[in-house]
Design a protein around this ligand. Structure first.
Ligand SMILES: [Zn+2]
Ligand SMILES: [Zn+2]
Length: 112
């Protein structure tokens, strides 16, 4: 990979990390429902306040707020008919959704 591209990629990843976006980072992150600080997926308890962390990662939470393809897990728009990633025909009302704790949803409101 050319150095410039690598640089851009690093910068992009750093930006994603900073703002908590990007599927890979979201899959590795959990958010404390008590104090709202970001922890890693392996943590069971908040490193900041010691509260028990939810089992779901930020990515699980993100998916619960959006519709996503049941075949490849790509988040799609509500109005999409086909998955932009794998081309699977999407059937409204048949998306998988995750049920998460209300406290977590409240914590993350506006953050994603
Ligand atoms: Zn906490
Ligand atoms: Zn798909």
């Amino acid at each position: 990979m050319p150095a410039r591209m690598a640089e851009n990629r690093t910068l992009r990843m750093a930006t994603l990390k900073k703002f908590g976006f990007g599927p890979e980072i979201m899959k590795e992150s959990k958010v404390c429902s008590s104090c709202g600080c970001t922890c890693t997926a392996e943590d069971s308890f908040c490193k900041n306040c010691g509260a028990e962390l939810p089992r779901e990662t930020l990515y699980d939470f993100y998916k619960c707020r959006h519709l996503y393809c049941s075949s490849c897990d790509t988040v799609v728009r509500k109005t999409a008919t086909f998955c932009p990633e794998c081309g699977k025909r999407l059937q409204p009302g048949r998306f998988r959704r995750l049920q998460l704790f209300r406290s977590l949803r409240d914590t993350m409101r506006g953050a994603i």
